[in-house]
Design a protein around this ligand. Structure first.
Ligand SMILES: [Zn+2]
Ligand SMILES: [Zn+2]
Length: 235
């Protein structure tokens, strides 16, 4: 048996740029043959729709609650939903964070003032895992230049993002190989009709991944194999 997971998904409860609820995305990815996904909503320094006036606890509970909604929807469809975040650590450079939970966020109220390297240290201290999202993406919202964190702090590079161009992902794959890091892949899904336009992408595992702990150990052991399909939307 093999199990297909999308490691990069945004839902409208938290991500300002997403147009579908997490329940709708669960159904859409289940229909596409996925076994599960990691919900990686844009965190508070990224494109989020969390009211600014809320307290830290109220804000981070919005992320956790979206995950709980997804998890409940997933359970009805035998589909695994795991908590994660996509965090903009500066200059629109983003990392995908896996293996953290609500307690981690509650315990780190200074999170958004930390450097990318400091965030990696905090995540690692709690057993989490950090992959750099789309490191070579070129879009209007991303300032040009080498604005990224020290890559030696990372666990992985996102080598396939279905909203990237082929060239952007080729460069990410070269970087990943050069650094000798693990890799991740995903759809960067923002709305349910995604698959009508974009190829599907993710990692295939020989075992089911039901928890954050299982995800991090499978990623550390490099058990996932890249799978993707179709033509690129962005050339
Ligand atoms: Zn987005
Ligand atoms: Zn994203």
């Amino acid at each position: 048996m093999s199990y297909f997971y999308d490691l990069h998904v945004h839902s409208s409860e938290c991500s300002g740029c997403a147009a579908s609820s997490v329940e709708t995305l669960v159904a859409a990815e289940k229909a596409e043959g996925y076994s599960g996904f990691v919900l990686t909503n844009h965190f508070l320094t990224g494109n989020n729709c969390i009211p600014k006036e809320l307290s830290w606890e109220e804000k981070v509970r919005c992320y956790w609650n979206a995950y709980l909604l997804g998890k409940a929807a997933g359970e009805r469809l035998d589909f695994d939903v795991i908590f994660g975040l996509e965090h903009n650590y500066g200059n629109a450079q983003e990392i995908l964070i896996y293996g953290i939970d609500l307690d981690f966020l509650l315990a780190n109220p200074d999170f958004c003032s930390l450097s990318g390297e400091e965030i990696c240290d905090r995540v690692h201290a709690c057993g989490g895992f950090v992959s750099h999202a789309h490191p070579f993406r070129e879009r209007g919202y991303i300032p040009k230049g080498n604005n990224h964190l020290d890559y030696s702090y990372l666990d992985a590079i996102e080598i396939y993002n279905s909203a990237n161009t082929e060239r952007e992902d080729e460069r990410a794959m070269e970087l990943c190989e050069r650094l000798g890091l693990a890799y991740t892949a995903g759809n960067d899904m923002h709305y349910a009709p995604h698959f009508a336009t974009f190829p599907h992408a993710g990692l295939v595992f020989d075992r089911r991944i039901k928890t954050s702990e299982e995800l991090v150990s499978a990623l550390r052991n490099r058990e996932g194999r890249l799978q993707h399909s179709g033509e690129r939307f962005f050339k």
